[in-house]
Design a protein around this ligand. Structure first.
Ligand SMILES: Cc1cc2nc3c(=O)[nH]c(=O)nc-3n(C[C@H](O)[C@H](O)[C@H](O)COP(=O)(O)OP(=O)(O)OC[C@H]3O[C@@H](n4cnc5c(N)ncnc54)[C@H](O)[C@@H]3O)c2cc1C
Length: 429
């Protein structure tokens, strides 16, 4: 008789702790006397695809993801399980093992954008029942005080509603359930690619950003121990410095650490060290992330069109010379050039720098904002579909910005946040 299998489909949640989807998969497996198989797909749509002639998966993101998956696999093996890494779309991977097992459920995170939604639909259409859980969000769908199609049109409205709603708070992080040990591996050999990927972290990166749950926790503990959180609001806009902002984004984007854990650790820090504007502000920024996640779900495919979710006509062309200058950091605007060179070399730049280079591309180079978003997608170590495309749409004025776009005065900004020019010197010489 074929064994019953529950598939835990790992998307952007490379961790075992505080992972309600993994726990749900384990619970269903226990109730049905089944086994859990964790499956991560390096599917062609992300890994081999291109948009506007640019790869969708760049080397920084890929290095971090391969480290995160290797760490996850080691964790799962230590718990008597394993990780099946497939180079196919989930539905093909499932069909491949279907002759030898009986897939009774596929458990995964709630789709974040159009591709994930369609992917789930294809899995279901093939006859595999799918159940989703809010894994990397602060709030569960059921907790939201509005229907998704009535998501507040701006972040401020969203924040005020969720902050004022009595009793609304992110669930505390959950411990991992005991895993049903895997039977003999029924899946084909793992993809060698994640073993052999040898792109290195740039020695010029300010923070040692290596993938995996342990690395994430280590970094976050260092940040808390240094009490940098107590000064976050004053330092977060600086262009550089390992403690100027939390540098958590890559670990959050790959799901090595949950936003709920950061939230609850921040509350514990406030109880221990005292609350102030800075400690609140990190949670404020996590609410931005949260807003963009629900915004991406509500906007679906309109997030990726030139006119954006607002369906607003905007200018911007695809001039290859201007675009090449921006990408490589040769625009004649030194703050933009420094930031783009940092991005290319490390996969990261500060939030302030991201806003400035986006403003420059859209309003000074008059390029289609989606070129910038696609380039960021191919370069960012912390790329996540909702934060990236949501922020770009916001700055371009086709997203949730009540002012209809953000134009920055780059000289003023450079003078203000890089007054001694140390950031520009660091990246331009
Ligand atoms: C054009 C543009 C593109 C962006 N693309 C991405 C992306 O692909 N992935 C990504 O994680 N962030 C993106 N951001 C948001 C933000 O710039 C980064 O999250 C932040 O710079 C990461 O550094 P940090 O972890 O030190 O942030 P901190 O200042 O320490 O913030 C803590 C966390 O809050 C969240 N956060 C902070 N600011 C934002 C924001 N504006 N929008 C959404 N979440 C936020 C992030 O998860 C971040 O790690 C983008 C911003 C802009 C302007």
């Amino acid at each position: 008789m074929k064994p019953d299998i529950v598939i835990w489909l790992v998307r952007d949640s490379c961790r075992v702790v505080d992972n309600p989807a993994l726990n749900l998969a384990t619970q269903i497996a226990n109730e049905r006397d089944a086994f859990v198989i964790p499956l991560a797909c390096l599917e062609p749509r992300r890994w081999a695809d291109q948009q506007f002639g640019m790869p969708r998966t760049g080397t920084h993101w890929a290095r971090f993801r391969s480290e995160s998956l290797k760490a996850l696999r080691a964790d799962l093996i230590a718990r008597g399980s394993g990780l099946w890494v497939s180079a196919e779309e989930p539905v093909y991977a499932l069909n491949r093992i279907n002759p030898s097992v009986n897939v009774i459920k596929v458990v995964c995170d709630r789709p974040l954008a159009t591709e994930e939604r369609l992917e789930n639909a294809r899995i279901e259409a093939e006859g595999y029942p799918v159940v989703t859980h809010d894994v990397d969000d602060l709030f569960r769908f059921e907790q939201l005080p509005f229907e998704l199609d009535e998501l507040p049109a701006t972040f401020s409205k969203f924040r005020k509603i969720v902050e004022k709603k009595p009793g609304l708070a992110p669930d505390p992080p959950v411990e991992m359930h005991e895993l049903t040990p895997c039977m003999e591996q029924p899946w084909p050999d793992p993809v060698e690619w994640i073993e052999t990927f040898d792109n290195q972290l740039s020695p010029r990166a300010e923070v040692e950003t290596y993938g995996g749950e342990t690395q994430a926790q280590r970094h976050w503990n260092t940040y808390l121990d240094a009490k940098a959180l107590s000064h976050y609001k004053q330092t977060r806009n600086a262009f550089c410095g390992p403690m100027q902002s939390s540098h958590l984004s890559a670990w959050l984007a790959h799901g090595c650490l949950s936003a709920r854990k950061i939230w609850s650790d921040t509350l514990a820090y406030e109880a221990r060290e005292g609350a102030n504007e800075s400690t609140y502000w990190l949670r404020f920024e996590l609410l931005w992330r949260e807003y963009f996640r629900w915004y991406a779900r509500a906007s679906d495919w309109t997030l990726f069109r030139r006119t954006g979710p607002n369906d607003k006509d905007v200018s911007g062309d695809h001039n290859s010379t201007r675009f090449a200058g921006w990408k490589t950091g040769h625009t004649n605007c030194d703050i933009v050039d420094a930031a783009m060179r940092e991005l290319n070399e490390t996969g990261w730049m500060s939030n302030r720098a991201r806003q400035l280079v986006a403003s420059h591309l859209i309003y000074e180079l008059n390029l289609d904002w989606r070129l910038g978003a696609a380039y960021f997608e191919s370069q960012l170590i912390d790329y996540d579909v909702a934060s990236n495309w949501g922020n770009w749409a916001y700055i371009a004025g086709v997203g949730p910005d009540p002012r209809g776009g953000r134009i920055f005065n780059l000289n003023d900004q450079a003078d203000r946040y890089d007054s001694d020019q140390s950031y520009r010197r660091r990246w331009l010489t």
